[in-house]
Structure formats: structure tokens, C-alpha cells
Ligand binder design. Structure first.
Ligand code: HEM
Length: 235
């Protein structure tokens, strides 16, 4: 087995860690989107029950959250290192990056990755403060599901998405997410060394489909809530 220090100290090792952590985060996004689909249900019971079940995992949930936070930090840390190392190796960007087939997808894509990555990092801070550490049961955000008092997470989400500015913010950030995933998925496969020329086209198409599915899946939630909830006044 390769020692962890060797992975961090070599460029290839860091790229590997960046790719592997990125793939783990895609898995989280798929699970998160599936959980968020409960927001399409007519009342908040489904999302509130889902959130209460998660809370019921107790220490298990804390372990999952710590694991997720460490994976996000690892992804950001290795991304900064890889970017910095490639900047050192090539301090002046090519004026017009070219390959045999035209502009280099790699260079343009990597540049976009830095910008979209910074936007997503900022989004995550706002998002977690807003929903994970948003209004709590102690602040009166409670409801009853099947006779049990639970946190009214649905109300927290709806109160945000009846405001057009929050909807615009989420739609904008989810567009960045789509671009980040589109290139990230492809480069993760390259970093992990699992690109075979024969499979490159289907992998590319699959990456595009996954990016579209995740970006649009998340993006429609605030739009749906805005159009179904904002007309009827406060939830
Ligand atoms: C419209 C899109 C989204 C909605 C409605 C949404 C909703 C939520 C909600 C309600 C929570 C709080 C869960 C709880 O307290 O039990 C949450 C947490 C979280 N969300 Fe999202 N989310 C969206 C998109 C995203 C995206 C795109 C990402 C990542 C890029 C993301 C990452 C997270 C993370 C890391 C947490 C904290 C998880 C935890 O600590 O348990 N979310 N989200």
C-alpha cells in the first residue's frame, strides 16, 4: 500500500486524492439530491420525517458529517496544491492554448474549474449556514408528524425559496455546479488512470449526463417551491 505521506508529496498522488475525493463528493450529491426530492411532496411531512430519521442516527450522523467535511477539505486542499504546482511549472499561460484539434480542452477546463470551484466553496458556506445551521426547534421551527414533534426543516427551506433573490442565487450556483462536474468528472477519471481510449467517449457522455442530471435536479427545487408556495403567502 502507498503511504499517505507519499500521496500528498507527489503531484500524481495529489491528483489521485483530488480525483478520489471528487468522486466521493459526487456520490454525496446523488444521495443529497435523492433526499431533497422529498421537497417535491405536497406538504413538508416527507422531508421532515427524512431529516428526523437522519438525526436519529445520532453519533452515526456526526461521523458521516465529519467524514464529509474532511472529504470536502481534502478536495479543496489538493485542488489548491495541484493548481499551484502546475502554475509553478508553467508560470506564463499560453496565449491561445492549442492542441492538434483546436483549443486545449484541458487548459480551458482547468481554468474554469478554479473559478467554478471558488464559487461552489462560497456557496457551500452560505448553504450550510442557511439550512444545516439555520432556524432551529428552539427558535420555534417545529411541526408534528404522526404525533411526534420534529424540526420543521421544510419551513426553513420554503421561507428561503419564496424569495426570488435566493432562487436566483441557487439557480446561478447550480449552473456553476454543472460546469464543475462536467469537467471534474472527466479529469477525475484521468487522474485515477482509468481512461482507456476505447471507453473515453462513453465516459465523457456519462459525465455530461450526470452533470446535467445533478445540476438540473437541484436547480428545479427552488424554482418549483417558488412557483408552488410564494403565491399562497407564508407557508
Ligand atoms: C436546491 C438545492 C439544494 C437544497 C434544497 C438543499 C437542501 C439542504 C438541506 C435542507 C440541508 C440541511 C439538512 C439537515 O439539516 O438535515 C442541506 C445540507 C447540506 N447540503 Fe444541501 N441542498 C441543495 C444543494 C446542495 C449542493 C449543490 C451541495 C453541494 C455542492 C449541498 C451540500 C450540502 C451539505 C454539505 C450539507 C450539510 C450536510 C450535513 O451536515 O448533514 N447542497 N442541504
Amino acid at each position: 500500500m502507498v503511504p499517505l505521506t507519499r500521496l500528498f508529496s507527489s503531484t500524481l498522488g495529489r491528483k489521485y486524492l483530488m480525483g478520489a475525493s471528487g468522486m466521493a463528493l459526487v456520490l454525496f450529491l446523488v444521495v443529497h439530491l435523492l433526499g431533497n426530492l422529498t421537497l417535491y411532496a405536497p406538504n413538508g411531512d416527507l422531508i421532515n420525517t427524512y431529516a428526523a430519521r437522519l438525526q436519529g442516527l445520532g453519533i452515526g450522523l456526526v461521523a458521516l458529517e465529519v467524514g464529509l467535511a474532511l472529504t470536502i477539505l481534502l478536495h479543496i486542499f489538493t485542488a489548491i496544491q495541484v493548481t499551484y504546482t502546475s502554475k509553478l511549472a508553467r508560470p506564463i499561460d499560453y496565449l491561445s492554448p492549442k492542441t492538434k484539434g483546436g483549443p486545449s480542452k484541458n487548459t480551458v477546463g482547468s481554468r474554469n474549474m478554479i473559478i467554478t470551484g471558488i464559487v461552489l466553496g462560497a456557496f457551500l458556506v452560505v448553504h450550510i449556514l442557511q439550512f444545516r445551521f439555520g432556524p432551529s426547534m428552539e427558535e420555534g421551527y417545529t411541526t408534528t408528524v404522526n404525533g411526534v414533534m420534529v424540526h420543521d426543516l421544510y419551513r426553513v427551506v420554503v421561507e428561503a425559496f419564496v424569495q426570488p433573490l435566493w432562487v436566483a442565487f441557487y439557480v446561478g450556483c447550480m449552473t456553476f455546479l454543472g460546469f464543475h462536474l462536467r469537467h471534474g468528472y472527466w479529469s477525475a477519471f484521468q487522474s485515477l488512470g482509468i481512461i482507456n481510449p476505447r471507453w473515453s467517449k462513453p465516459i465523457h457522455t456519462l459525465g455530461l449526463l450526470l452533470a446535467l442530471l445533478l445540476a438540473f435536479g437541484f436547480l428545479f427545487i427552488p424554482i418549483f417551491i417558488y412557483f408552488t408556495q410564494s403565491g399562497g403567502g407564508n407557508p
